[in-house]
Design a protein around this ligand. Sequence first.
Ligand code: SAH
Ligand code: SF4
Ligand code: F3S
Length: 466
Amino acid sequence: MELNDTIAPIERPADEAAGAPPRKVFLKTYGCQMNVYDSQRMADALAADGYQPTEAIEDADLVLLNTCHIREKAAEKVYSELGRIRQLKADRAAEGRETLVGVAGCVAQAEGDEILRRAPVVDLVIGPQTYHRLPQVVRKARAGEKVVETEYAIEDKFDHLPALREKAVRSRGVTAFLTVQEGCDKFCTFCVVPYTRGSEVSRPVAQIVAEAQRLAEAGVREVTLLGQNVNAWHGEGPDGAEWGLGQLLFRLAEIPGIARLRYTTSHPRDMDDALIAAHRDLPSLMPYLHLPVQSGSDAILKAMNRKHTAADYLRLVDRIRAVRPDIAMSGDFIVGFPGETDEDFEATMQIIRDVSYAQAFSFKYSPRPGTPGADLAFHIDEDVKDERLQRLQALLGEQQKAFAASLVGTQMDLLIEKPGRNTGQRVGRSPWLQPVIVDEKAGEIGDIIKVRITKAGTNSLFSEPV
Ligand code: SAH
Ligand code: SF4
Ligand code: F3S
């Protein structure tokens, strides 16, 4: 049995045995895809312990916030939400109903018991590496104890992923995330992730293959491998050979039913030859690559501790495009890192023009307590950051639009994912991750069909079956 297939057995409390209505959990997720994945796992673990999910926070016996610490705004959002929850808890208490409030995720890991001081409404705090203890932590909190659970041993790191229940997978559709790696040793000077998610740990091949097989058996057609530094994943192949993400992708591509593979997020320094070869040789590896560069200025890249230059990045993109010409590039950018001059910013604009991105995420630098960047001199004024971000986003927006427009009239495979917003429609994803709308008669959810793109809208493409 895999390590992560076990949740410690828990005795049923008397009120559940007596047939009291099931408890309800409201889970709110902030931040990255890994939090989305973790929230599903937490919901699974709690379901096994008698908690049903609810979308209505006022019905919840347990409110759990799965939080993000990446920028100040993300972290502060949690406290304003906790302010609202305080009122809710008081209202429910007036009706004689108890509400437990929990903070999970990266704010939990970064701030620990400080959260209890700032927000006394909170009953439990649980870090991302200790989710396997969630049911026990909830029990303790229910018994009236304030619980802070953020300590873990590195060798237990992948124990924290509770079992994947087939029923839960089935209800979630035809695409799924699969965490293969967690944590980061890169220590970019702006970033909290090495502190909130700990050092880099790779999940063993057998665990990953078993989970992918379970997903495929439950009807999942597209799997996105997740990791804070997913392409730093490494492991031992069945033959004892050292594997990187490239070899792992080849193995996963053999699983019947899995038609599409993706991975995110990659660091430029970990794009090795085997991974580039996978883009050349694996038809099921989708032609889309999220490869953040953050800045186009060598001085800023150095200050960020990215350990590569702009030219290194451009050469890498050339090598990938040489083997997979239709690959769409996606990236992350930070404007206003301490010391960023106008010239540095123009270099970022230039690398965007040189690469041409199909999709991108961009942010104003946010100083994070405890990171080396926060202590640097020459912080950039907020209005300069605003102006730079606006110019950068305008350029990225044009590129995204041009990319979508270039697909009009072409044919492509479409994985049908779910009903569309309007009746008679279904929505799927293009190989390049764009939402594509098609008539519901074109195929069933989970089908991969050939379509022709008829029109590019602002956020999605329109298509007709061929
Ligand atoms: N592990 C991924 C992404 C981590 S966070 C990677 O290495 O690329 C996602 C993005 O948030 C980063 O790529 C970066 O662009 C942005 N980000 C991280 N810390 C930030 C900060 N302090 N201020 C602004 N943006 C930040
Ligand atoms: Fe953060 Fe850098 Fe690690 Fe990405 S590579 S998670 S940006 S420290
Ligand atoms: Fe945020 Fe933690 Fe993800 S800080 S971006 S939720 S790894």
